[in-house]
Design a protein around this ligand. Structure first.
Ligand code: GLC
Length: 430
């Protein structure tokens, strides 16, 4: 049993040399993506820039793309300050995300109307919405987003290839005719913009949650594929869509997970790092030893529960495994279970750090300047030891220079950032 585990552990280990290779490959995929060549990194221009900090006004915001739907009302005071802010969560059920696009957007519109009624926002007045839609979209302006393909288990029909702002507005029209979405962003973009609004030194936005991805400020002159668009100076946020990065070794468990997923052949990095998949991955390894375990039912929360069990006899491990019909294990087996969970989360954290390191060195190869990374997501925030491991790996990669990278947990920024992006549009554009 332990030989078998050692073999598996070996395939999950990522050496320092492999991290270096990861970074080289990541850079070349970034370059290819920026030039418009085929690449696992889409490098999507977002048409969002650095906020000035003076943006102001009242906006609604909708955040779709994680476990919940979130709707908010934000007042921006200008002077880098957010005024009043209220937000509500709405549970997204499987039927909402796997049925038709029309059903999904009608549901969002009805929740928006309920939200406005609850918070006494006049339904008859005109309101502008910033829409955080956390999936890959192509766009030629801030108010447009053509869905490239669903990720994270979403599969609503009739949306791929369509402008989701138009689909949302069509549904809003039925429920709250004077209210419409005027801008669309990604959760990484909203997180970066919200942090930059307060702190102009921020330059990367990262999500490590249900899915994983990042964005950063790129010189427009470096985004070669934009060159025919007539925009040539300044900077623009590029949505990397790093969840789809595929330049490194996978294990037989990764391949099995991918085959059984909603989107086989895509999102390889996301399937090794993010909350939607790491539980499933640990479940697949555990099922190799205890076949009554159903990998799909093994959630990331269970890894957290197991890894935070620091008592000598590991009672938490038995507690979790009993739910899967595995009765009281001996101590050495409980240790094995804990080791399996650690293998999955250590690899996830090291890969996340390698990806962050790649983005920072794309902007600043010698890591000569200070960089603030706005980061959010359940895995980063809640998974035991995860944030510490990311930081340790950055130190392993950069040594002392890692001190130039500050990771700042930036919570609930999805809606705030969308409101700020909406506010960057001039009144005439609105
Ligand atoms: C998925 C989406 C991406 C999003 C990330 C985090 O990777 O494709 O757009 O930013 O999840 O939510």
């Amino acid at each position: 049993m332990s030989d078998k585990l050692n073999d598996i552990e070996h395939t999950f280990h990522i050496s320092r040399g492999e991290i270096k290779k990861f970074m080289r490959d990541f850079h070349s995929e970034m370059e290819r993506g920026l030039r418009g060549l085929s690449s696992s990194l889409a490098m999507l221009p977002t048409y969002a820039g650095r906020p000035k900090g003076t943006e102001r006004g009242n906006f609604l915001a909708i955040d779709l793309g994680g476990t919940n739907l979130r709707i908010a009302a934000a007042r921006l005071k200008g002077r880098r300050k957010m005024g009043s802010y209220v937000s509500d969560k709405f549970v997204l059920e499987k039927k909402h995300i796997t049925n038709t696009g029309k059903a999904l957007f009608d549901f969002i519109a009805s929740c928006t109307r309920d939200f406005m009624a609850r918070h006494k926002i006049n339904l008859k007045e005109k309101h502008n919405i910033g829409f955080t839609f956390s999936f890959p979209v192509r766009k030629k302006r801030i108010s447009e987003g053509i869905l490239v393909g669903w990720t994270k288990g979403f599969s609503a029909r009739g949306v791929k290839g369509k402008n989701v702002v138009r689909l949302l507005n069509r549904s809003l029209e039925k429920y709250i005719p004077r209210t419409s979405a005027i801008a669309i962003t990604n959760d990484t973009v909203s997180t970066l913009v919200a942090k930059s609004y307060e702190d102009p030194c921020s330059d990367v936005g990262v999500i490590l949650g249900t899915g994983t991805n990042a964005c950063y400020y790129e010189k427009i002159s470096n985004i070669e594929k934009l060159q025919t668009s007539g925009i040539s100076s300044g900077e623009m946020i590029v949505n990397i869509e790093w969840g789809n990065f595929n330049g490194f070794k996978r294990t037989r468990f990764d391949r099995a997970l991918d085959r059984a997923s909603e989107n086989p052949g895509r999102q390889f990095l996301e399937k090794m790092v993010s909350g939607l998949y790491i539980g499933n991955l640990a479940g697949l390894i555990l099922a190799d030893f205890w076949n009554c375990i159903k990998p799909k039912d093994f959630k990331a929360e269970y890894i957290s529960e197991i890894e935070s069990d620091t008592q000598k006899n590991l009672p938490g491990v038995n507690r979790v495994l009993r739910r899967f019909g595995v009765q009281d294990l001996g101590l050495s087996e409980r240790k094995m279970v804990k080791k399996i969970c650690a293998m999955v989360s250590v690899r996830a954290a090291r890969l996340a750090a390698a990806a962050i390191a790649s983005v920072v060195t794309k902007m600043d190869p010698a890591l000569a300047k200070k960089h603030t990374i706005a980061i959010d997501g359940s895995v980063y925030e809640k998974h035991p030891g995860f944030s510490k491991l990311v930081k340790l790996t950055l130190k392993e990669i950069f040594g002392e220079r890692a001190a130039n990278i500050t990771l700042k947990l930036t919570k609930d920024a999805s809606c705030k950032g969308a409101a700020i992006v909406a506010a960057t549009l001039s009144r005439e554009e609105r």
